[in-house]
Write a protein that binds this ligand. Structure first.
Ligand code: GAP
Length: 456
């Protein structure tokens, strides 16, 4: 079978109602995408699965939904405002971003005072010394830009520069700044975690590759607050839990997943690791797990002037907890899920079918109700109405039954329920399984339970 390409996935998403280009009728708006009727179901199911795994099933994790617009001091404490002046350049091949002065320092083994160089001098040095991308080994750089990844807006009440407000570039800051609120109201004892799912915005220099890197996306982030001595075991635990989630709950193939431990760490970090997925564009980051030490709470304590100290209820010791962060993009995981599930199969009769082998829990429609002929619609509508209360279902009465099966294979519907003339006699229907294409006869009264059992 030929390798799946990103173009195929983009075309599939557009034609089957998963994802449309943003603002399409106005000629589009680069790197924005609108989720269609099937896409929004799949994405919601992915987010629900993440929340269930990491919040609902973990008594020590509490959810929040923090504001997108925050006091601009948050972004001074996080370091995002200061990084505005950093000279950044992107590798055009793998789209990773680097500080140009760091590239020069590393190459020259700190014998060149890169900090004092102008952008032109940095670019010249990088060119003349043939400095390649540390990530992919290519040499195809964008020019240097002083780059603020944050979109800005304004409350326009005074209209001066102090009025600037940022659209958050990551959701985690809403978790750090609510550490004390959550701890106090939930009487939480360290170790505990705060999680949220929400929109983030980044003014990426090199967005692209469909949903892989966009300027507006959703993140699912979790911060575990723990004692210093529990930091590394907790980090290892989340590495494992993050991999188990994408493998066992989302269903990504194990041979398309790998850990990528970082050699270079931020000055405050104790460890960092990505889980990479083999996308059609190659191995790329799917999510990150970071051991951030006490950096975030200490910065917010310093910038807000409010204590972030946690009092141990047993020893009365006051500590600033360490943070282990687990962060994954919902849109990037959506893309990985589709790429992983999209299969072209040869059938015994020589025909081929496209089938989206999604985990049934993630499928946009769980059941399609298909009357064999239009004069069976009344009975079919009855069955549809009873199932619709439990599951997201589709009613499809157009085209041959074979075509309708193919249509639902392609969008990942795990069960097709066919109403035929025998149904009127025996109150039974045929249920066809998407993956095996096997068919079983089920009493209508048992149908709901049958689907439920399969989904569970
Ligand atoms: N709070 C830590 C943080 O934001 P990150 O590695 O920058 O870390 C975490 O982002 C995850 O968010 C990534 O692993 C990826 O899944 C997703 N992500 C980041 N930037 C993205 C973008 N421009 N478009 C889509 N997803 C993105």
């Amino acid at each position: 079978m030929e390798e799946l390409t990103m173009q195929q996935i983009v075309a599939f998403c557009k034609n089957r109602g998963f994802v449309f280009p943003g603002s399409e009728i106005y000629g589009g708006f680069a790197n924005t995408w609108d989720f269609g009727p099937l896409g929004v179901e799949l994405k919601n199911n992915i987010k629900r699965a993440w929340w269930k795994t990491f919040v609902q099933e973990d008594a020590s994790t509490y959810g929040v939904d923090a504001a997108i617009l925050m006091n601009p001091r948050v972004w001074e404490a996080s370091g995002h405002v200061q990084s505005f002046g950093d000279p950044k350049m992107d590798c055009k091949v793998c789209k990773q971003r680097f500080r140009a002065d760091t590239l020069v320092e590393n190459h020259s083994k700190n014998t060149v005072a890169a900090e004092a160089m102008t952008n032109e001098e940095l670019e010249k040095y990088i060119d003349e010394n043939n400095i390649k991308c540390p990530n992919c080994g290519n040499k195809d750089w964008t020019s240097i830009r002083k780059f603020n990844p944050m979109f800005t807006t304004s409350r326009q009440m005074i209209g001066d520069e102090k009025d600037v407000v940022y659209l958050r570039p990551e959701t985690c800051q809403g978790e750090y700044i609510n550490f004390m609120n959550v701890q106090r109201t939930m009487r939480a004892k360290v170790p505990f975690a705060i999680a949220q799912i929400g929109k983030s915005f980044r003014n990426e220099i090199t967005p692209g590759n469909f949903l892989f890197r966009t300027v507006e996306f959703e993140q699912m982030e979790l911060q575990k607050f723990c004692k210093e001595e529990d930091g590394m075991p907790t980090y290892d635990d989340y590495k494992k839990r993050a991999l188990d989630f994408v493998k066992d709950v989302i269903g990504l193939d194990a041979d398309k997943l790998r850990y990528h431990d970082h050699d270079k760490l931020a000055h405050y970090a104790k460890a960092a690791c990505d889980i990479q997925f083999k996308f059609p564009i190659g191995w790329q980051e799917l999510n990150g797990i970071h051991h951030r030490g006490v950096w975030d709470l200490s910065r917010h304590q310093e910038y807000s002037g409010k204590s972030m100290l946690y009092t141990d209820p047993f020893t009365n010791e006051k500590i600033l907890p360490n943070i282990i962060e687990y962060s994954i993009g919902a849109d990037r995981l959506f893309l990985a899920t589709l790429c992983n599930a999209y299969k072209t199969e040869e059938l015994e009769n020589g025909e081929t079918r496209v089938v989206l082998k999604l985990k049934p829990q993630l499928a946009p429609f769980k059941v399609a109700v298909l009357p064999l002929q239009k004069n069976l619609n009344e009975k079919a509508t009855e069955v549809f109405a009873s199932l619709q209360k439990e599951f997201n279902c589709d009613f499809d009465d157009s085209g041959s039954i074979g075509k309708r099966y193919r249509r639902h294979d392609e969008i990942g519907t795990p069960f097709c329920v066919t109403i035929d003339f025998d149904t009127l006699e025996d109150n039974s229907v045929t249920v066809r399984d998407r993956d095996t294409m096997e068919q079983v006869r089920i009493k209508i009264e048992d149908l709901k339970q049958y689907v439920m059992d399969k989904l569970n």
